[in-house]
Design a protein around this ligand. Sequence first.
Ligand code: ZN
Length: 616
Amino acid sequence: MKAFAKGVRFVLRFICMILTIAVFAGTCLVPSKSRAKEDLTADFVDYIYGTILDKEADSERFGYWYWHLKDSSTTAVGLIDMLTQSYDFYRKNYTPEQTIDVLSQTMTGKPADDTTKQTYVYYLNCGISIRRYLADMAVTPEFAQICAQYQIEPGTITDLDSRDINPEMTNFVKVLFEQMYGRAPVTEEYNIWCQYFTEGKELAPTLMDIVKSSEFTSRCLSDESTIDVLSSVMLGRTADPSEKEAYLGMLDSGLSMTYVASQIASDPNYLSNCSSVGIRPGTVTLTEARDKNPELTSFLTRLYTQFAGKRPSAEDLNSYVSETLEDSGKTRDAIVEMLSNPESMTLFATDDEYLNAVFDVCYGQAAAPEKIEAYKIGLKNGVTRERVLESILSDPAFDAKMSEYGIDTKVEKKVPEKVVALTFDDGPYTDVTMRILDALEPYGAHATFFVVGNRVNNYKECIVRAVNLGCQIGDHTWNHTTLTRISGDAVSTQINDCADAVYNLTGIRPVVMRPVGGSYNSTVSANVGMPMIIWSIDTNDWKYKDSDHVINEVLNNVRDGDIVLMHDLYETTATAVETIVPALIDAGFTLVTIDELAEYKNVQMENGKAYFSIRG
Ligand code: ZN
């Protein structure tokens, strides 16, 4: 019986031993009741479970941790780290505040002070993991002391995720996502983006890529919201109302959102914002033509909007700007074309509206009332809008305005190699003047008509047509009086009465005159108030009334800078002109007005001075 009992006890002890070995060797099942009284490691596991999860570990987990701590394959902070990633911890559903409270109690033995708590709660809300807190607390003296108490190695956390390394950057990534994509990043995105910026990727180009991405554009943000988004990300604040207004103005003037971003990036706060986060700011690269010359873009946008009745597309604007920048010489032509196309004409019911729009767009300001009045007179009497436009654009104010945009509209005036000014006196006279204009028109050739004032109203259509073809109207006295025979006052009256008649028909006041018979003296010079245009080739057309004579006189003698005298009163003169015009053009001459001649020869004509030719 005793032996039997001994045998049973042996068997039981054997079973116990087997169980113990099994626990030691394999599953580490150490029932908590069987542990040693003074086992600090077990107490530590209890302590951690108690403070963090407010319960005891089940035996399986207890054993697992116990033996890992025992053989130093894990550390104190390693245990806490794993525990906070467990399902048990997840199920506690702690708020960030509670999380910090619980872990502070565990790792420092006391509640976190307000500053610390605030900091780490903020971190957790920014997308930083609990591991950041554990890594920081693991190296504190308080944690070292607690671990020493249990004779456990405190350990450290060295394998933090990218998102846990720089809280400012992580928060920046969060703001970036919320602003640009309207959502918070997921863990993986936090890590990728923090890594991306840590590797030195620049912010500005990155943002520009995002702005063009489909995820961004599909949000269909208004311009205003997009500006807010860019400001928030780049400056850490939304744009104030005045900035926003300026930025919206840039977009309105045809500049791109990239240009606006470049402006935001030029705010000193951009650099400080980036450096505080540890991100390289980089620069916004302007690639679109429309962003390269804001003044010009703004001008072209206003021009287009006003004269096409709609805003230009970014594509159109880019091509206008690059064409204009490539060849300044085309600017004036392009503007004339845009402003005189029939469709845009219909947008302006009245001449007033048209003129105001042209002035506004070309000079950036309203026209002087007397200028508007003058152009209206011409328009009312049949001068075309296109012609008026050319004259508005030939004002130096236009060149000055264009030079503000970096466009030299003066370079476009290519000086022809050889120029000659055909001039016709004593008209108009429909039968002849119209034939001369017919001869000039196909070649875009210009001439100057020195008209007699009292004929103007009888031959309105001749003068208006001449003006529309780009010809110049000069002053040839009111009634063909020889000026050397009259007083100074009478000279003025003769000239002014003729000039008034021309102005009242065309809105353009003559600026050159020709004395009758080419006769002048000091009294005439002192009172004409205009340059006196004489001639260098006299065809004597009035004397011979012979076309061949006129043709030979001109073609045998013509030189660059000549002024040719003819009269648009004789059919023979018209016949001669029909031959002379193409022949001169064949010979390489450009047929110009007196004003054009002076301009090409760079001569500033003076009032009262006589000019026989203008050769420069
Ligand atoms: Zn005459």
